[in-house]
Design a protein around this ligand. Structure first.
Ligand code: CO
Length: 162
């Protein structure tokens, strides 16, 4: 397991749609382990593979005591709306008021290729949408009406990056 450097805004891989995973092998397991290590070290509560320079359609989330490994995730249902400050480990030091669905349902595969389904509400729903955006080459910045809405929050801020 390893802590990897997190790619920052401006690197083209953050704007590149991820590639479907087809091999559920030890290499995939190692990538998922490294993503979790890197996320926890940052610290953050979500991380997508392209944020560590990897093209694979994979992300991890750790919120409300749940550790999720999502391989080939698809957003299958959303409901309601919420707007709250959102931050990203690849846009260090900034937060923006980002509109998201209040509830989100995602289907994916686990590290062995078995189908899984995750229902999220509130912050978990926000994190699911944020990570799935990463895998499409999108950032929360793309949802802001204006970059003027960005705020800086110091290291003592209680906000968690995804
Ligand atoms: Co992010």
């Amino acid at each position: 397991m390893a802590i990897l450097p997190i790619v920052q805004l401006g690197d083209p891989i953050l704007r590149t749609p991820s590639i479907q995973v087809r091999h559920f092998d030890r290499k995939l397991g190692r990538l998922l382990d490294d993503l979790t290590d890197t996320m926890r070290d940052a610290p953050g509560v979500g991380l997508a593979a392209n944020q560590v320079g990897r093209p694979d359609r994979v992300c991890v989330i750790e919120i409300e005591g749940r550790h999720l490994e999502l391989v080939n995730p698809v957003l299958v249902r959303t409901h309601g709306t919420q707007t709250d400050l959102e931050g990203c480990l690849s846009v260090a030091g900034f937060y923006g008021p980002t509109a998201r669905a209040l509830d989100a349902v995602v289907t994916a595969q686990d590290r062995r290729g078995r189908p899984i389904r995750v229902s999220g509400h509130g912050f978990l729903a926000r994190a699911l949408q944020h990570e799935l955006d990463h895998l499409e080459g999108l950032l929360y910045l793309d949802h802001l009406e204006s970059l003027d809405a960005l705020q800086r929050v110091g290291p003592d801020g209680e906000l968690e990056d995804v």
